[in-house]
Write a protein that binds this ligand. Structure first.
Ligand code: FAD
Ligand code: UDP
Length: 386
């Protein structure tokens, strides 16, 4: 009855399902174990009518025109430019650390001298990783690097990863650079914003197609089996493509051991005030157990009485009931372990791994949409025998 089965209705699963259904006219079944679609991008109205992101703050941003154009078919945008400040012992400085932060920390005179040095060394408007800045031989630049390392990155990263910035994968650290500019935005991408009516509405539009059936509260393994290179759906061999967006170790009962992840615990609180803080997100980079507080109203532009905030507490993922694996921990050992599972997947000619979990990667939403569109391209080409 179905040509394709998509496991997971996050952004990866929803985009590929749409493409298989619309572009290739395939009959698609989407299986989702949670009670709702949208994966970690899901948003909902809480009991105070505030639109919140249940699994942590999601801001759309991209330089990829194809991705922006594609999602714009399913949503209009609220033009939100994300700005973050770090609470450093009660003083709030822009993050990424930039020239405005520099003047705030060092004052006018010393700030000017340091600004000139940084521009001379790296050029105006450049993004420099803190790890690179730390290598600079100039003692004055060293001083800035030490300040930023200690007050922006070290403690936040210890909370988030349980490791220092030097220990984790450099690609993670370079996500948040030091910016040699006065741009206070968290992202410098050409397109950024929030789906005008929320993410869930955008997912509903994505999945709203005559060729797509969605089954929520259904774990794939409950109605499918994966045995010796053969997929079974409702006890019959299934030959169509299966797009898997969940964790690969789980699919094979952790036969080589568990892939490590970091998880998060979220704590919501409602205040009867107009605002709780000055920005959508405040990072707690030197103290507190949580990494950041998000105030959703700033991000969605919603006009509503009172405000809801969310604190994020990182922890290591143990797999206990209710925990969600949010972040792959990228290092050589874990990548090797992942490759073993990937090898098992490849024994099934018709399973494609797609998504943050299935690919064991740190993808933003836009990268995920791009990957899903590219997978659709390649399935289509295969079909046409190109
Ligand atoms: P997911 O969203 O995890 O979806 C996978 C889905 O598959 C889930 O719904 C899961 O329940 C389901 N599933 C898994 N296994 C099975 C199974 N066996 N059977 C049935 N269903 C199954 N990106 C940005 O671009 N901007 C941001 O601001 C941003 N903020 C983030 C903040 C946080 C706290 C986190 C954790 C991530 C953030 N991201 C952000 C990244 C973004 O969440 C991911 O890029 C995106 O959600 C990945 O989509 P996905 O479909 O791969 O995975
Ligand atoms: N980071 C930090 N201090 C900050 C912001 C980020 O140390 O104020 C580090 C931290 O290790 C984090 C990484 O930079 O995990 C990437 O941050 P980003 O905001 O991109 O993470 P996200 O929340 O989007 O996953």
């Amino acid at each position: 009855m179905y040509d394709s089965i998509v496991i997971g209705s996050g952004i990866a699963g929803s985009v590929i399902a749409r493409e298989l259904a619309e572009r290739m006219n395939k009959k698609v079944l989407v299986l989702e174990q949670r009670e709702h679609i949208g994966g970690n991008c899901y948003d909902e109205y809480d009991e105070h009518d505030v639109l919140v992101h249940t699994y942590g703050p999601h801001i759309f941003h991209t330089n990829k025109e194809r991705v922006y154009e594609y999602l714009s078919r399913f949503t209009n945008w609220y033009p939100y430019s994300h700005e973050v400040v770090a609470n450093v012992y009660g003083t709030f400085i822009p993050v990424p650390f930039n020239l405005n932060s520099l003047y705030q920390v060092y004052g006018q005179e010393e700030g000017k001298e340091l600004e000139e040095k940084l521009i001379d060394c790296y050029g105006e408007g450049v993004r420099v990783s803190i790890l690179e800045l730390k290598e600079n031989a100039d003692p004055k630049i060293q001083q800035v690097a030490d300040y930023v390392y200690e007050n922006v990155f070290l403690h936040y990263t210890m909370k988030q990863w349980g490791q220092t910035p030097d220990e984790i994968d450099p690609s993670v650290m370079s996500r948040v650079p030091v910016l040699i500019s006065r741009d206070n935005r968290y992202f410098q991408d050409r397109w950024q914003g929030m789906p005008l009516h929320g993410y869930t509405k955008m997912f509903e539009a994505l999945l709203n197609h005559q060729n797509i059936d969605v089954k929520i509260k259904t774990k794939a393994q409950d109605i499918m089996k994966f045995e010796q290179g053969q997929v079974y759906f409702e006890n019959k061999p299934f030959k169509g493509e299966v797009i898997y967006t969940g964790p690969v170790d789980e699919l094979f009962q952790y036969c080589y051991g568990k892939l490590p992840y970091r998880t998060l615990k979220f704590e919501m609180e409602y205040y009867k005030e107009e605002h709780f803080q000055t920005h959508g997100v405040v990072n707690y980079t030197v103290n507190e157990e949580y990494t950041r507080i998000t105030e959703y109203k700033w991000m969605t532009g919603q006009r509503v009485e009172g405000t809801t905030i969310m604190r994020e507490y990182p922890a290591s993922y143990t797999g206990e009931e209710g925990q969600i694996p949010y972040y792959a921990i990228l290092n050589d050992t874990n990548k090797k372990l992942y490759e073993k599972y990937k090898g098992m997947l490849q024994e099934y000619g018709n399973i494609y791994a797609l998504g943050r979990l299935a690919e064991y990667q740190y993808y933003n939403m836009d990268a995920m949409v791009e990957k899903a569109l590219e997978l659709a391209d390649s399935i289509e080409q295969k079909r046409e025998g190109v």
